[in-house]
Design a protein around this ligand. Structure first.
Ligand code: ADP
Ligand code: ZN
Length: 294
């Protein structure tokens, strides 16, 4: 039986798992993200003697995902202590001389959802997470979008809500999308944990206004056939209908398609893989790496 390793590298925790080419995660473990050596050391110990034939890694960024670059697999400048400049793929390669797939956490999740989840069989989709940060990965014509580096869709510039006095918390741009709408922004603006804000709280209308603006921009640029929203903040399921409504208001009939005129329930959706989108996506990256080396 072919077994593959999957690593979902998050800013707060790392999840490692073993899976099959059919997208089934057989077992997994999680541990807190500390220094790169300690965290990846634990990951390498976990995979020891597991007979995996490839590893897929979906991780927080910024990272260099261009296989032709001399810095491929290296973490870029990040506020996260110890990780700037760390060569993740080299480190893994020293322990396991097998094919390695490497991409951002959100690209991995987008690929997982497109392969086995809510966007299975769909060639153009987008996965967005709204949690400690905001990020999104896009599959366009069946392939993950890369370019100069990788997209950073969480940091797009959006219009401020007229009643929003919060300055924003992005260390680079202050009031970009992430600065205004990630979980920590909600909590700083209203001085309460996001999960404590009840459904009627004005926080949610403001939040859905920001997320809807982002989705409208992604619709206009990429024309995805499905948009999948995950991350801690989207545990507030009442946000889904609010976001769908505001997307329709903001587009104002400009993009004409049935999913945008009343059928948005099948267009803006929850992850089909639940909170396993990232890990299962890393498994998809491993399968891709194995295929390239076959
Ligand atoms: P991470 O982004 O670190 O991987 P999460 O996606 O779980 O982790 O996001 C964590 C953030 O999501 C927290 O900062 C919190 O603001 C928010 N969050 C978590 N759970 C909920 C909830 N039930 N309702 C609203 N917001 C939540
Ligand atoms: Zn920003």
């Amino acid at each position: 039986m072919t077994l593959l390793g999957a690593i979902e590298g998050g800013g707060t925790k790392f999840v490692c798992g073993i899976g099959t080419p059919e997208g089934e995660i057989i077992e997994s473990v999680a541990f807190p993200t500390t220094t790169p050596e300690e965290t990846l050391g634990k990951a390498m110990n976990y995979f020891e003697n597991k007979e995996i034939q490839a590893i897929g890694i979906g991780t927080f960024g910024p990272i260099d995902v261009n296989p032709k670059s001399p810095n491929f697999g290296v973490v870029g400048k990040t506020p996260k202590p110890y990780w700037s400049g760390f060569p993740i793929t080299d480190y893994v390669k020293r322990h396991f001389d097998i094919p390695i797939g490497f991409d951002t956490d959100v690209n991995a999740a987008a690929l997982g959802e497109a392969t086995w989840g809510a966007a299975k069989g769909i060639n153009n989709c987008l996965y967005m997470t709204i949690g400690t940060g905001i990020g999104a990965g896009a599959v366009v014509e069946g392939k993950l979008v890369h370019g100069l580096t990788h997209p950073e869709m969480g940091h797009i510039l959006i219009r401020r809500h007229p009643e929003d006095k919060y300055i924003g918390h992005c260390p680079f741009h202050q009031d970009c999308l992430e600065g205004l709408a990630a979980g920590p922004a909600i909590e700083a603006r209203w001085s309460k944990k996001a999960y404590e804000l009840n459904e009627m709280h004005p926080a949610w209308l403001m939040e859905s206004y920001y997320i809807a603006q982002a989705l409208v921009n992604y619709i206009l640029v990429l024309s995805p056939e499905k948009m999948i929203l995950g991350g801690g903040v989207m545990n507030q399921l009442h946000l889904f209908p609010m976001i769908r409504d505001q997307v329709a208001v903001l587009l104002n009939g400009y993009v004409q398609h049935s999913v945008l005129s009343g059928d948005a329930e099948s267009f803006i959706v929850q992850p089909g893989l639940g909170d396993k989108a990232g890990l299962t996506g890393a498994l998809a990256l491993a399968i891709g790496a194995l295929g390239r080396n076959a």
